[in-house]
Design a protein around this ligand. Structure first.
Ligand code: ADP
Ligand code: TRP
Length: 334
């Protein structure tokens, strides 16, 4: 029986935060451990080029994202980890897919439409600061996915439309050549998965600036946690854990018994917000402390990361070459 292929990519646009870890990285690694599964996780560096225009910054973000995967437990012997830009077959497939992608489909992409809406609100022309990389983003993403005969793509809700577009485009190709040339991928969105709240209680996101970077130094992590917004209740007042940002984050790391203990301290009164934040910091630091050490040792010598990525890319290209051969034959350029 052939294995189920699970693939996902992360754009290197900065150090991943707690929301990325709990909402994407940790569940993807759990999925990679499932029976009969072949996992492929990559760094979507050309997707970042739409917004990251400084070479040293991009290089550093690539290392950071790779180091986060590795520190979070990705075993490169078992899981293929590579950089999108190191698999040029991606770009050949993109060119093929472009010919089968309706322009109207791209017009409907949420991310593109949101950029147009922002322009309209600001009284700019629709196309202001929108490049073809943003406009055709879903085609490159479809190529990432279809190149590896992917069955499942674990993603957040915001990415589901992109997976549907990959399905559409693959369907058009298959229909034209009257055979199942491309595997139709499915999104795997975990409905149970929490939306991790940020410092201000809204969804944690880089774009809101309310995020907790996954591996900042211990002192800095502590400082960031102290910034979590709470209400103005005094030390003695009983507090409600269910409406508290600190407790919401604590719950994501603590077991049921630990949650109960802290919830009782909230309700009893006599516990200030500072104490609740320290409890959160300690819990969080206990889980990510060992990973942070691994992360720091990788970042201290990024050549280790480069070697792992180079090996992953070489293996990825072997798989990719098979798909491209199949497509070249089918379309008539071979
Ligand atoms: P950001 O909003 O910070 O730019 P991304 O959109 O790059 O984050 O998200 C990358 C991945 O992390 C996606 O799969 C997304 O669903 C997941 N993710 C991001 N923020 C959160 C969050 N607050 N809670 C849960 N998952 C999240
Ligand atoms: N667009 C995804 C994001 O912003 C990143 C990505 C690029 C991706 N290519 C992919 C995710 C292929 C899954 C599969 O999060």
């Amino acid at each position: 029986m052939s294995k189920t292929v699970v693939l996902t990519g992360i754009k290197p646009t900065g150090m991943p935060h707690l929301g990325n870890y709990l909402g994407a990285i940790r569940p993807a690694l759990q999925m990679a451990d499932e029976e009969n599964t072949e996992a492929r996780f990559f760094i979507a560096d050309y997707h970042s080029l739409n917004s990251v225009r400084d070479p040293a910054t991009l290089r550093s973000y690539i290392h950071e994202v790779a180091a986060v995967w590795l520190a979070a437990g990705l075993d490169p012997e078992k899981v293929l980890i590579y950089k999108q830009s190191d698999v040029p077959e991606t770009f050949e497939l993109t060119t093929i897919l472009m010919a089968f992608t309706a322009k109207g489909l791209m017009n409907r992409a949420h991310a593109y439409k949101a950029a147009v809406d922002v322009n309209r609100e600001k009284g700019q022309s629709d196309d202001h600061q929108i490049n073809m990389g943003i406009y055709t983003y879903p085609v490159l993403m479809a190529a990432d996915i279809l190149l590896f005969d992917t069955d499942y793509v674990p993603v957040g809700k915001d990415q589901v439309q992109h997976i549907e577009m990959a399905q559409d485009i693959a369907g058009v190709v298959n229909h034209n050549y009257k055979k199942d040339l491309l595997v139709i991928p499915k999104a795997r969105v975990d409905e149970q998965l929490m939306t991790v709240p940020g410092l201000d209680g809204r969804k944690m996101s880089k774009s809101y600036g309310n995020h907790i970077p996954l591996f900042s130094p211990e002192k800095k992590l502590r400082k960031t946690i102290m910034k979590i917004v709470t209400n103005s209740q005094g030390l003695d007042e009983p507090k409600n854990p269910d409406t508290c940002n600190v407790f919401a984050l604590y719950k994501l790391f603590a077991d049921v018994a630990e949650q109960k203990v802290l919830a009782e301290r909230y309700r009893a009164g006599g516990m200030g917000w500072g104490d609740a934040k320290v409890a959160l910091f300690e819990k969080l630091n206990a889980e990510i402390g060992p990973m942070r050490e691994k992360y720091n040792s990788l970042m201290a010598d990024p050549s280790q990361i480069d070697a792992i990525l180079a090996d992953g890319s070489a293996r990825a290209r072997k798989v990719a070459a098979g798909t491209i051969r199949r497509l070249r034959d089918a379309v008539g350029v071979s």
